[in-house]
Write a protein that binds this ligand. Sequence first.
Ligand code: NDP
Length: 294
Amino acid sequence: MSAQILDGKQTALAIRQEIAEEVTQFIADGGPSPCLVAVLVGEDPASQVYVRNKQRACEKAGIEGRLHRLPADTDQATLMQLVADLNADNSVHGILVQLPLPAGLDEREVLDAIDPAKDVDAFSPYNVGLLMQGRPRFLPCTPAGIVQLLHRYQIEVSGKHVVVVGRSDIVGKPMAMLLVAKDGPCGPATANATVTLAHSRTANLADVIRQADIVVAAVGRPEMIRGEMLKPGAVVIDVGINRVGDRLVGDVCFDEAMQVASAVTPVPGGVGPLTIAMLLGNTVKAAKEIASRE
Ligand code: NDP
């Protein structure tokens, strides 16, 4: 048996095309050009690649992508002032502070300062609270991309047991929140799951994962989840991006999962491209909401 590959790259391309059409229509109707500002502090090579990819994706969708580059020794006050300026700038609709920030900067304080209306990463406490209450404004990009992927491959989630491995604020927790909700961005079929949220202290992790109809792996440990830990026919969503030598691998051993699962996301080309597509979608949503207030 060989599982179906869930092609995040193609799915993201289709979504980006839909967003580009939405942007064209919005501007034709008299709306402003949606504008996403990325703030990059320091020289972290992976962050530079992520920011460049996001900017390219913006351009292709007709979204203006601006970049503020600050040196690694930037102090907290300077960064906070930049966020305040961007909050006040009416031509800016989305603000993205690329994480991680260099040591010494208070990430939480910076994220908390972003205007919730421009918080396209959905990291601010206000937007997290709305998600928790089942009435999100912006959806966190990686979990939202996963929901889109499941929806577009017609993988029913309702009533299924989903095991999310990893409880970060960026991926694991909001993923669990979206899947357990009564309704979702793609309707109730991609919500209403029974969710187990596992982490490094979970006892008998392999046994827990083996109960899952759908596994979402967001751990950051190369190929930690092996084929023998999966229930035959499970759907495997691999969020992990780990560099091993000159290769990128996920948190799941892809070759083994392909022999046991019914569907698997590859790394790269799985969840990653969808994350960027969702960021663009959030920026357009922000632009529309901000424009409707003016
Ligand atoms: P974090 O490091 O913030 O969280 C990792 C989570 O995994 C923690 O909850 C941790 O548990 C748990 N964990 C660590 N080791 C184990 C273990 N041995 N068994 C069970 N659980 C474990 O990572 P992120 O959520 O930010 O990212 C996870 C992965 O996803 C990374 O590889 C990252 O690069 C990737 N990623 C990919 C994205 C994409 O677009 N494709 C977007 C964001 C992230 P505990 O809380 O107990 O420490």
